[in-house]
Design a protein around this ligand. Structure first.
Ligand code: SF4
Length: 250
């Protein structure tokens, strides 16, 4: 078999594995209805606030912004930064995040006059570059905005995605953001609805089952997960070795 044929078959195998994992997750959990927000600007704010905190804390901050009539680009531009920080206090690192929100809405006004249809009319790769130039917007935040607010076919990588793909055997634990993103975008159709649901399902699995201490007995990926299959092999080998030792001792 030639090298190119080998790569093609490996690519096909990865694609099938990713599709299989998606089907298992979807059969187990069903649609996740992400992103939990009323409109695209709220998604953007949530994507900035969710860094290093739980979603429950973000929800409290968003509710607080809404109650104060501050959940719009213009209102956030007009509010002093320390007032924004006070309103989002629940989500941690509130001073840093207030500065990020202020920078973001400043950029939004300059780049598209707060017109999100105009903003998202740009190509995903061009818009991604621009988003990454905004203070405090990293790859995960930029991609969450592109996918969940803009409906662009961009796969979001986070700690859950990294942990699960590594454990099931599709990546290494030290794989970079770009490599993990390519794993999905090179092997699945460029479909925003699919990427939306897939990422949301990985987050669900990562929160409930594939935690730092995984609960593999309850996992719908057990049959295809290298990490879990290896645990079984270790137990079998251990049992076999114990049997040999006991036999030798008789
Ligand atoms: S079987 Fe265990 S390690 Fe594998 S994905 Fe499920 S919970 Fe994670």
């Amino acid at each position: 078999m030639s090298r190119s044929m080998l790569l093609a078959s490996e690519t096909g195998a990865t694609s099938r594995a990713l599709q299989d994992i998606y089907c298992r997750l979807f059969a187990c959990y069903g649609p996740q209805h992400w992103w939990p927000a009323d409109e695209p600007f709220e998604v953007m704010v949530g994507a900035i606030l969710t860094q290093s905190t739980s979603w429950t804390n973000v929800e409290k901050a968003i509710t607080s912004l809404k109650s104060a009539g501050a959940l719009s680009p213009r209102a956030l531009r007009q509010l002093p930064q320390d007032e924004v920080a006070r309103l989002i206090h629940s989500c941690g690192y509130h001073n840093v995040k207030a500065r990020r929100l202020k920078s973001f809405v400043q950029w939004l006004g300059e780049v598209c006059g707060d017109d999100l249809d105009r903003l998202f009319a740009a190509r995903a790769d061009e818009l991604r570059k621009q988003l990454l130039s905004v203070y405090g917007v990293g790859e995960e935040t930029a991609d969450s905005i592109l996918l969940y607010a803009g409906g662009k076919p961009v796969f979001v990588i986070d700690a859950y995605t990294r942990r699960i793909t590594s454990r099931v055997g599709l990546s290494t634990s030290d794989a970079g953001y770009g490599a993990l993103q390519s794993l999905f975008t090179d092997n699945l159709p460029a479909d925003a609805a699919l990427f939306n649901e897939y990422h949301a399902l990985l987050v669900r699995l990562g929160k409930e089952v594939c935690r730092p201490g995984p609960v593999c007995q309850r996992c719908c990926l057990g049959e295809v997960c290298k990490w879990w299959l290896r645990q079984g092999e270790c137990k079998n080998t251990g049992a076999a070795l114990t049997g040999i030792k006991q036999g030798a001792g008789r």
